[in-house]
Design a protein around this ligand. Structure first.
Ligand code: SAM
Length: 216
């Protein structure tokens, strides 16, 4: 696996505004095209012709997905994270465990979903202890919001499972409200959890809440 950079960049320096509309500067567009191509090539190196993948977003050091992939050798499991050091540690675990069905990629979630080939869908998605962004002005950075949920919905068929766990109660409440208002999902607070294996952040949490949303 190459640990190249597949992050969608913070656009401040590359995006201007003309007549109220964002204008993407050519150098930013060119850099994004290079990153897109590089991620496409990395994915082409291991993805089968068609597949429904198990995706973990913000996989950290990869403990959870390594255990999951060990328990489900017939499922293609991909963990993505924007932090390269965490992805490197996940990759070491993958090598030690010799799991051909497991892949860790450094990528930003929305960018990854944009580049993932159309023929590939998700059967199950885990978002475990995502950054809570507690300050109001940062709430827009929370991953479990419209753009990400829409991108996941586009990659899924009825019955697909989206598992979310957090120790930050206000974030949990926001996600419940968002999912209940979203026609793509049936949100359940007492559905059986997809796979029990404590992540690093779960081990540190005093308490946490979980939900599973089922694609309608
Ligand atoms: C609080 S940590 C939780 C890590 C792990 N899930 C756990 O429970 O131990 C959140 C992780 O999400 C990653 N992350 C944050 N925003 C992301 C994004 N937009 N795309 C991919 N990864 C992201 C961070 O780099 C970090 O590793």
């Amino acid at each position: 696996m190459s640990l190249s950079t597949h992050t969608s960049e913070i656009p401040d320096k590359s995006v201007g505004h003309g007549q109220g509309h964002p204008v993407v500067r050519p150098e930013h567009a060119a850099r994004m095209a290079v990153l897109r191509e590089s991620l496409r090539a990395e994915l082409a190196g291991f993805l089968p012709e068609t597949a429904r993948i198990v995706l973990e977003v913000g996989c950290g050091h990869g403990h959870f997905l390594t255990a999951y992939a060990q328990a489900h050798p017939d499922r293609t499991c991909i963990g993505i994270d924007i932090n390269i050091e965490r992805v490197r540690r996940g990759e070491k675990k993958r090598q030690r465990a010799r799991l051909p069905n497991l892949h860790f990629i450094r990528a930003e979630a929305l960018f990854f979903l944009e580049v993932l080939p159309e023929r590939i869908g998700c059967s199950e998605v885990f978002v475990l202890f995502p950054d809570p962004w507690p300050k109001k002005r940062h709430h827009k950075n929370r991953i479990m919001r419209g753009p990400f949920l829409d991108a996941i919905a586009r990659r899924s068929t009825p019955g697909m499972l989206l598992h979310f766990r957090t120790d930050y109660a206000p974030y949990f409440e926001e996600v419940v409200e968002t999912l209940e208002a979203d026609s793509h999902w049936n949100c359940s607070l007492d559905a059986p959890w997809g796979f029990d294996f404590a992540t690093i952040f779960q081990q540190k949490a005093e308490r946490f809440q979980s939900l599973t949303a089922v694609r309608r």
